[in-house]
Design a protein around this ligand. Structure first.
Ligand code: COA
Length: 415
C-alpha cells in the first residue's frame, strides 16, 4: 500500500508549479485526476515541442502518474460534473491566475459548502498585498523573492538561477502544506485552505540572504569575497558570486581541461577543521603554522590569494580527481556536473533519480524521478496521461456515470 493511497486529488494545475506538487503526491500513491480543458489541455503539452504531434517533455516530465479528464468547467454541464468531483475528492489543487476559480463560480466558500472535508490548495505569484492580482512566472518570482538580487557576480546584472525555485520550489512547499492539512484533517475532520505564494517560497529559500541583510548592521560581511577585495558594502545584501553562504569560504575553481570544457570546475570549501589537510594537498605545508594563514580570521582578508593557490593545484587535476583526493581527507569539494553527465550517471539510474520512461507518442525519454525516498513507499514513475485519456474511466468509476450520460456530456462539449 502506498503512503497516500485512497487520497483523491482534483488537479486543476498547469504549467510547472502546481504540476510539480501534484506529481509528488501521485508518486506517493494519491490518485491525481488532472482536469484539462477539452481539446486544449495544459498549455505545456504543446510548448517547446521536440517531437511533432507528441506531448512535449515540458509536459511529460511534470505530469507522471496522473490521470487526465477533460472537462469544460465554464459550461453548466461541466460545472455540474465538477461539483460532483469536488464532492468525491479530498484535495483540490490549482495555480490559475488570481480569481480564475472564483470567476468559474468555485470560491473557497462554495467549495467548503460542497465538501467541508476538502483541502483547497493554491499557488499564486504573490500573497495578499499590492501585487496579489498579478500573473507570475518563474523568473518573476526569482526576482521578486530576493534570489536574483543576491545571485550573480558583484557589480554585474542580477541573475536568475537554473534551479526552478519559483515554480518547482513553490510546488514542493505546497505539497508539504497539503499533506500537513491532510494530517490535521485526521483530527479535525475538516478541510482547510492551503496557499503558497511564489514570492514567499523563493524568499524562504533565500533565508540566509535575509540573515546577511541584518548582519550588515554589525559591519561588513567578512566571509564575502568583496570584503577581502576591500570593496565596501552597500545597504543591501550584495551578489556574492560563488561564495559559500556559510561561514566557511568556498568558491568554484578551474580544473584540468577548463580551457575546452565549460564544466571542468570544482567547488572547493576551505573548511577550517581541515585546513592542514588543504595545505598539504595544495603543496603549501608552510601555511599550516604560519600565523598569516593558520586561522580563518587571518585568511579572510586574502581569499583571492588563498583560492589562487588552491586553483593552481586544482588546474592540475580533473574535477573527479579533485574529488577522489579531497574526500578521504574530509575536504568538502564537488564537481560541477553537466546535465549530460547527470543523465549518464549510473548511480542516479540505480536509485531511480534518473528514470527512462516509455511514451506511446514520443518513445523513450529521461526524467527526474522522485527525489524523496520512502522506505515503505517506492515511487515508481509511470508515463504522463494523454489529453483526456481517462475521461470515461473517471466519469464512470468515480461519479458512476453510465455510457449514455457520458455520451450526452460529450455531445454538449462538457467533457
Ligand atoms: N475549462 C474551462 N476553462 C478553463 C479550464 C477548464 N478546464 N481550465 C482553465 N480554464 C480557464 C481559466 O478559468 C482561465 O479563464 P479566465 O481567465 O477567463 O478566468 C483561463 O483558462 C486561463 O487561466 P490563467 O491562469 O489566467 O492562464 P494564463 O495562461 O493566462 O496564465 C499563469 C498562466 C501561470 C501566469 C497564471 O495561471 C498564474 O499566474 N498562476 C499563478 C502563479 C503560477 O502558478 N505561476 C507559475 C506557473 S508555472
Amino acid at each position: 500500500m502506498k503512503a497516500l493511497e485512497g487520497v483523491k486529488i482534483l488537479d486543476m494545475t498547469h504549467v510547472q508549479s502546481g504540476p510539480t506538487c501534484t506529481q509528488l503526491l501521485a508518486w506517493f500513491g494519491a490518485d491525481v485526476i488532472k482536469v484539462e480543458r477539452p481539446g486544449v489541455g495544459d498549455a505545456t503539452r504543446k510548448q517547446l515541442v521536440d517531437v511533432p504531434g507528441a506531448d512535449s517533455l515540458y509536459f511529460t516530465m511534470l505530469n507522471h502518474n496522473k490521470r487526465s479528464v477533460t472537462l469544460n468547467t465554464k459550461s453548466d454541464e461541466g460545472k455540474a460534473i465538477f461539483t460532483r468531483l469536488i464532492e468525491e475528492c479530498d484535495v483540490m489543487v490549482e495555480n490559475f491566475a488570481p480569481g480564475a476559480l472564483d470567476r468559474m463560480g468555485f470560491s473557497w466558500e462554495k467549495i467548503q459548502e460542497i465538501n467541508p472535508r476538502m483541502i483547497y490548495a493554491s499557488v499564486k505569484g504573490f500573497g495578499p498585498g499590492p501585487y496579489s492580482d498579478c500573473k507570475v512566472y518563474e523568473n518573476v518570482a526569482q526576482c521578486a523573492g530576493g534570489s536574483a538580487s543576491t545571485t550573480g557576480m558583484l557589480g554585474e546584472t542580477p541573475m536568475v538561477t537554473g534551479a526552478q525555485i519559483g515554480d518547482s520550489g513553490t510546488g514542493l512547499h505546497l505539497a508539504l502544506g497539503i499533506v500537513t492539512a491532510l494530517y490535521q484533517r485526521t483530527h479535525s475532520g475538516k478541510g482547510q485552505r492551503v496557499e503558497c505564494a511564489m514570492q514567499d517560497s523563493v524568499l524562504n529559500l533565500c533565508r540566509v540572504k535575509l540573515r546577511d541583510q541584518q548582519r550588515l548592521k554589525a559591519g561588513p560581511l567578512k566571509e564575502y569575497s568583496q570584503f577581502s577585495e576591500g570593496i565596501p558594502f552597500g545597504e543591501a545584501t550584495p551578489r556574492a558570486g560563488n561564495d559559500s553562504g556559510g561561514g566557511q569560504p568556498g568558491r568554484i575553481l578551474k580544473c584540468k581541461g577548463w580551457e575546452n570544457d565549460p564544466d571542468a570546475y570544482t567547488y572547493f570549501i576551505t573548511q577550517a577543521a581541515v585546513w592542514k589537510n588543504i595545505c598539504d594537498v595544495i603543496g603549501k605545508p608552510e601555511w599550516k603554522e604560519d600565523p598569516e594563514w593558520a586561522t580563518p580570521e587571518a585568511r579572510l582578508p586574502k581569499l583571492n590569494e588563498m583560492f589562487g593557490a588552491i586553483e593552481d593545484w586544482t588546474t592540475t587535476k580533473t574535477k573527479f580527481e579533485v574529488m577522489e583526493i579531497c574526500n578521504p581527507l574530509n575536504i568538502p569539494v564537488g564537481p560541477i556536473l553537466s546535465m549530460k553527465e547527470l543523465a549518464e550517471e549510473p548511480s542516479l539510474r540505480d536509485t531511480g533519480t534518473i528514470v527512462e520512461v516509455d511514451h506511446p507518442e514520443r518513445g523513450a525519454y529521461l526524467t527526474v524521478g522522485c527525489p524523496i525516498k520512502l522506505s515503505d513507499c517506492p515511487a515508481d514513475v509511470a508515463r504522463s496521461p494523454l489529453l483526456g485519456e481517462h475521461t470515461d474511466e473517471i466519469l464512470s468509476e468515480i461519479l458512476g456515470m453510465n455510457e449514455d450520460e457520458i455520451a450526452a456530456a460529450k455531445d454538449v462539449g462538457a467533457v
